[in-house]
Design a binder for this molecule. Structure first.
Ligand code: COA
Length: 194
């Protein structure tokens, strides 16, 4: 079987993202064969996180991809972050705390809900903007909270996310939006410790 090339999934990051921060975006449909060919990588660990709780195929595939990316890197193991939609898997690796988030473009109704959870200044900035801007803002929010390691335990309205062009993050952290082809119907962001 011809297995898909991992290197093809590496995303070009904008200027200002440190050289050690790598982001990969895998279309699930294209990389799914790896579950059959490399699924054994998960069970070998016994305690693998992908075997706990929700063990959907996309989740297991994300952990297989993470393992394959780690295997290509020299020690020491980098920091990592995972994010998934039904169609896409994002993996970030860096020599520092890092967070990634990918989200399917939200409907106007879904965007309205997400907007209501953001910082009041972000709500003012984004009100009336297309749902894609709110989706993007939410990916900056989740990427940052993942880099910080707190997830949604930290209220999403506490810190500003700014705009696509001028992203904001809490002091000591940085976040950037990554450009995706519109055909993917998704937004992607990466955050890291400064
Ligand atoms: C981090 C979080 C926002 C991601 O949510 P999501 O959009 O559903 O899921 P994503 O696909 O973007 O990311 C999932 C991955 O994020 C990572 N992740 C989860 N919690 C994390 C945290 N606190 N810090 C860093 N990364 C985290 C994990 O790698 C997870 O995948 P895995 O469980 O297979 O290892 C969310 O899981 C969270 O905040 N959890 C904390 C617990 C919580 O508040 N629960 C109540 C929610 S109503």
């Amino acid at each position: 079987m011809n297995l898909p090339d991992l290197a093809a999934a590496r995303i070009r990051v904008p200027r200002g993202v440190p050289a050690d921060v790598e982001v990969h975006l895998f279309p699930v449909a294209q990389y799914r064969p790896l579950l059959d060919s490399h699924g054994h990588l998960l069970s070998s660990a016994g305690q693998d996180r992908a075997e706990q709780g929700d063990s959907s195929a996309v989740r297991r595939l994300s952990h297989v991809l993470l393992r394959l990316l780690l295997a290509r890197r020299p020690a020491p193991a980098p920091e990592t972050s995972l994010a998934r939609t039904a169609e896409l898997i994002a993996v970030a690796l860096a020599d520092r705390p890092v967070g990634a988030d990918v989200e399917k473009q939200q409907s106007p109704e879904q965007a309205e809900l997400l907007l209501s959870l953001l910082h009041p200044a972000d709500q003012r900035r984004l009100r009336g903007r297309p749902a894609s801007e709110v989706t993007a803002a939410w990916t900056r929010k989740e990427a940052t909270l993942k880099a910080m390691g707190v997830g949604l335990r930290r209220g999403p309205g506490l810190d500003e996310v700014g705009t696509r062009r001028r992203p904001r993050a809490p002091r000591g952290w940085q976040v950037r939006q990554l450009a995706l082809p519109p055909a993917l119907g998704a937004e992607l962001a990466v955050a890291w410790r400064d």
